[in-house]
Design a binder for this molecule. Structure first.
Ligand SMILES: *[C@@H]1O[C@H](CO)[C@@H](O)[C@H](O)[C@H]1NC(C)=O
Length: 297
């Protein structure tokens, strides 16, 4: 027990403030603690036998072989928020495989969906990360960047931030895709439907690598991807009315409504140096440039 003596009123007041903030910080850090295990927030949706929990459930391994791929999903759906996880992709020859991390409203004709898809490649060739955005059932907004590091050598953080102003896809806090709310230009924005969080590992060698030219090499199977540090900060639905409001939550705050100067600089760097495909500049598909592409960056 520490014995406290007050030498002056100011000093005592400071001690009290220190103690109060100390306890408040401790309280916040425990209530905001990340879930300890995968199964607290997620369930397996496809092929139990191909998903293995590691490190007491804090990490998982996904497996793809000739029998099956596999997948998992969040138990809840969320309306706005920020989701991130650390992923270590299939090393070596991953051509023809796709590892995905996405959010989806699960509503057939008016689906909202935010996609990260990691397209494998032959040994030594770069992985591509494809992002896509569906709003009110309309997708076909693919962009691709080749990563500036080997995503199979180590874990990296992949994040989707979703608020009323934009959707930002980031890799290690570097934005690689921004889909702004362009409702003013008549472009739909995902705003009304909660979305679940999903991940799958599967074979897609009819399109994934060099447009389907590179086939999966099953002699290299099984293929493994690893996930850990699942972090969901969002309004689980059904939730309080404040979830749908554009003020109540931190991810709607002024600091999150547009990229700050550092993030904007990083985003420009990715677009100038690592972008390999953008539907916005694909004149074959879009002779008329879609309105959301007029944003600039
Ligand atoms: C795979 O590697 C080739 C050759 O370097 C590259 O053109 C392509 O963008 C890479 N990614 C995919 C998914 O094909």
């Amino acid at each position: 027990m520490v014995k406290m003596t007050c030498y002056s009123r100011i000093f005592c007041k400071n001690i009290v403030i220190l103690l109060v903030t100390g306890f408040a910080a401790l309280y916040l850090s425990t209530t905001n603690a990340k879930p300890a295990t995968f199964l607290q927030d997620f369930r397996i949706t496809w092929s139990d036998s191909h998903i293995k929990q590691l490190d007491g459930g804090r990490a998982i391994q996904l497996l793809l072989d000739q029998n099956s791929g596999c997948g998992f999903a969040s138990k809840s759906q969320y309306l706005f928020g920020r989701v991130s996880m650390k992923i270590k992709l299939i090393p070596g020859d991953s051509a023809g495989t796709v590892t995905a991390f996405y959010m989806n409203s699960d509503t057939d004709n008016v689906r909202d969906e935010l996609d990260f898809e990691f397209l494998g490649n032959r040994t030594g060739q770069p992985y591509s990360v494809q992002t896509n955005v569906y709003a009110h059932g309309k997708g076909d907004r693919e962009q691709r960047v080749n990563l500036w590091f080997d995503p199979a050598a180590d874990f990296h953080v992949y994040t989707i931030l979703w608020n009323h102003h934009h959707v930002v896809f980031s890799v290690d806090e570097v934005p690689i895709r921004v889909y702004k709310n362009n409702e003013a230009k008549g472009v739909p924005f995902p705003k009304f439907q909660p979305m679940g969080i999903y991940s799958t590992l599967w074979e897609a060698d009819d399109w994934a690598t060099r447009g389907g030219l590179e086939k999966i090499d099953w002699s290299k199977a099984p293929f493994y991807a690893y996930y850990k540090d699942f972090d969901i900060e969002g309004c689980a639905m059904p939730g309080p009315a404040t979830c749908a409001s554009n003020q109540a939550n931190w991810w709607e705050g002024t600091g999150y409504q547009q990229l700050d100067a550092v993030a904007a600089r990083r985003y420009r760097w990715v677009r100038m140096n690592h972008m390999v495909y953008d539907y916005c500049t694909d004149k074959h598909r879009y002779p008329v440039t879609p309105p959301e592409c007029m944003d600039g960056i």
